[in-house]
Design a binder for this molecule. Structure first.
Ligand SMILES: NC(=O)c1ccc[n+]([C@@H]2O[C@H](COP(=O)([O-])OP(=O)(O)OC[C@H]3O[C@@H](n4cnc5c(N)ncnc54)[C@H](O)[C@@H]3O)[C@@H](O)[C@H]2O)c1
Length: 275
């Protein structure tokens, strides 16, 4: 018996491809391994079907759900699917997002359409998923929501403005959900991943970027989708029953320090202070 036995979970942005996993895919696999019945939801179909087949081949229960997070009726139908297939809903992992493309630049260069897409998918989509999920989770006597934010929602950057601001909104939404429905048994937390080596990241980032990110990460390695899955599985379990409204960095410590300070110490002894 896993620690999520009897629970029903929706994971958005959950799929499997060759060459590694996605964050949502790794999370769906782990939640299913812990006994949850999983609705794997995404706008792409074949990679989700692959994930569902893998969960079933490992003895778990899962169904695929096509959802476009820009469409309110589709989001409502996703929540209804969990209820019709598995009898209710206990867990929502809002992991899907509009990732930053080349058009997501600094404020002066920002195209309004790029901004609108990030706000529509990441902010409005996450809010609407919460809107329709929360009443169902309350019917079960409570449950947990985990939203995927990002370090980009906490600090500024020279580009990716729409992405970063959309993730800041997800952080705020997390606190509002925790505040408004806590007494009805809903816990809502957000995670801020660092660079996680998903299949997509491995295929797109250059060795130079990987090396640079590793330099500023405090652990000897970069993150994996499974690092996020482990924290989501903890946050939605009873082990985390007194944790809500928290924003948890899962980033190998990259946001725990100011790299310029560390480097100045390496270059030469500090010329200030008492020592
Ligand atoms: N990989 C990282 O290094 C990293 C770092 C920080 C935060 N994150 C966050 O983690 C989450 C997962 O990212 P990932 O790296 O696994 O990438 P990903 O591309 O696998 O995840 C994004 C998912 O959102 C889905 N999606 C996009 N538009 C959609 C829409 N309109 N309707 C439904 N689904 C839609 C995509 O199909 C995809 O499955 C995202 O929220 C991302 O912002 C990732």
């Amino acid at each position: 018996m896993g620690k999520l036995s009897g629970k029903v979970a929706i994971v958005t942005g959950a799929y499997l491809v060759d060459g590694g996993n996605s964050i949502g895919g790794a999370t769906a696999l782990l939640l299913a391994k812990e006994g949850a019945k999983v609705v794997a939801a995404d706008i792409v179909d074949e990679p989700v079907a692959r994930l569902v087949a893998k969960i079933k081949s490992e003895g778990g229960e899962a169904v695929a759900c096509h959802v476009d997070l820009r469409n309110e009726d589709a989001i409502k139908a996703m929540i209804e699917k969990a209820v019709s297939e598995f009898g209710g809903l206990d867990i929502l992992h809002n992991n899907a997002a509009a990732l930053p493309g080349p058009g997501d630049r600094d404020i002066v260069m920002m195209e309004a359409a790029t901004w609108d897409r990030a706000m529509e998918i990441t902010v409005r989509g996450t809010m609407l998923a919460c809107k329709y999920a929360i009443p169902e989770i309350i019917k079960r006597g409570g449950g947990a929501i985990v939203n995927t934010a990002s370090g980009a929602g906490v600090a500024g950057d020279m580009a990716r403005t729409a992405y970063g601001v959309s993730k800041a909104a997800v952080i705020s939404l997390t606190k509002y959900a925790a505040t408004q429905y806590g007494k009805q048994g809903i816990r809502c937390n957000a995670i801020c991943p660092g660079l996680m080596l998903t299949a997509t990241a491995k295929a797109t980032i250059t060795p130079e970027v990987e090396e640079m990110m590793l330099k500023y990460t405090l652990t000897p390695r970069l993150g994996t989708p499974e690092d996020i899955a482990n924290i989501v599985a903890f946050l939605v379990s009873d082990d985390a029953s007194f944790i809500t409204g928290e924003i948890i960095a899962v980033d190998g410590g990259i946001f725990a320090h100011v790299p310029s300070s560390s480097e100045s110490v390496l270059i030469g002894p500090a010329k200030h202070g008492n020592n």
